[in-house]
Write a protein that binds this ligand. Structure first.
Ligand SMILES: [Zn+2]
Length: 378
């Protein structure tokens, strides 16, 4: 039950990497995990609950290195009234905001910080619009390691306060989301601290795959569609990886629900890439949006996100701020589910996909409710 001995290799040039690296030292490419094969009885630890229930299919860390706050095992709420209002039948909401720090990021963070602790790394650096920063900060506190979180100066006050309460150093940066990443990387280069950047770090993505494992275990039937608010895309990539890992490449592609990535029309590079048949995101014009968590102009894993969308027969859709805010209200008032605007974008996207006939009335849909309403009261 100790987990899987993985290796790291550059996605672009194939060079083998050290487990302490987060990108290729030769070409700067992102790293992918290399996994050995599994036998069918090796998937779960029945004595454990949540993310670490899937420890046999997660990268190996020593038992004493695991840093957990009880993440994962999130329930699915079926929202019949909301669904009926949109001429849909079965819409399940996976309540990811019930994770310990109020967002889905904890799945990736528990894996990443446990990996860092197993290597004895003493300081983590992260850049985030808020949720991943709050998550890394909390798990770093739990692990007893130092964390420095670079955030956009415009990040919601509730998220910044959450980061500071658990004792992390917060560094607000003026400018775009990309400028925040550049500042974090400059500090990584200067200090030699471990880069915990959730959109790039392969261990973070490996933890995200547990979202798929829970869907597979919990639902008898495979949902036909999965709707995900998407900026950096760690959940899209992690989920697609998860299905292919749980089954095999071919069966995983067949069984994975159609992945629909929802973006804000203020920042929709993936939508542009799908529309124009591109493998990477193009340069786009952007405007401010209420959905700050998905305001990512150049997602580092763009190729993998686009692959996950295309190979599952999914789509990318952009929604406007007024649709996002209207759906946030509607969801709260009809179902009691209070999410942040970034998450509400997924419901606006689902409404659009239903209206356009991409999702049929009798199709089973699961939506990832990624972040809690209290994080960004607006
Ligand atoms: Zn390389």
């Amino acid at each position: 039950m100790a987990g899987v001995d993985v290796a790291l290799r550059c996605r672009d040039c194939g060079r083998a990497a050290d487990l302490r690296d987060w990108r290729c030292t030769r070409c700067g490419g992102l790293l992918r995990l290399e996994w050995p094969g599994l036998t069918p009885d090796q998937r779960i630890d029945p004595a454990a609950r949540g993310v670490w229930r899937y420890r046999p299919v997660l990268p190996a860390v020593g038992a004493s290195a695991i840093v957990t706050l009880g993440e994962g095992a999130t329930p699915i709420a079926w929202i019949d009234r909301w669904a009926a209002a949109h001429r849909l039948g079965q819409v399940g909401v996976k309540l990811e905001y019930l994770n310990p720090t109020g967002s889905f990021k904890d799945r990736g963070t528990t894996m990443l910080v446990s990996h860092a602790r197993s290597l004895g790394l003493g300081r983590l650096i992260e850049d985030s619009s808020g949720n991943a920063g709050a998550s890394v900060a909390a798990y770093a506190a739990r692990a007893g390691v130092e964390a420095t979180i670079f955030v956009p100066a415009a990040a919601p006050a509730a998220k910044r306060a959450q980061i500071e309460r658990v004792g992390a150093t917060i560094v607000p940066i003026d400018g775009t989301r990309e400028a925040v990443t550049e500042a974090a990387l400059a500090e990584v280069a200067r200090s030699g601290a471990y880069y915990a950047g959730h959109n790039a770090n392969p261990f973070f993505v490996a933890g995200m795959a547990t979202f798929a494992y829970e869907l597979i275990e919990e639902l008898g039937a495979t949902p036909r569609h999965l709707v995900i608010p998407t900026g950096g895309g760690s959940l899209c990539v992690g989920c697609f990886d998860g299905y292919r890992r749980w089954f095999d490449e071919k069966a995983g592609c067949q069984r994975c629900p159609r992945i629909h990535a929802v973006q804000s029309s203020g920042c929709a590079p993936l939508v542009a890439a799908i529309e124009h048949g591109l493998d990477r995101v193009p340069a786009i014009r952007r405007n401010r949006t209420v959905a700050g968590g998905i305001e990512v102009e150049r997602p580092p894993r763009d190729r993998e996100i686009l692959q996950a969308i295309r190979r599952t027969g999914g789509s990318a859709v952009a929604v406007d701020d007024d649709e996002i805010l209207a759906q946030r209200r509607l969801l709260a008032r009809t179902e009691g589910i209070d999410v942040e605007p970034t998450t509400a974008a997924a419901f606006a996207g689902l409404a659009r996909l239903a209206k356009d006939g991409v999702i049929a009335p009798d199709d089973m849909v699961v939506v990832a409710a990624t972040g809690a309403g209290w994080k960004d009261p607006g």
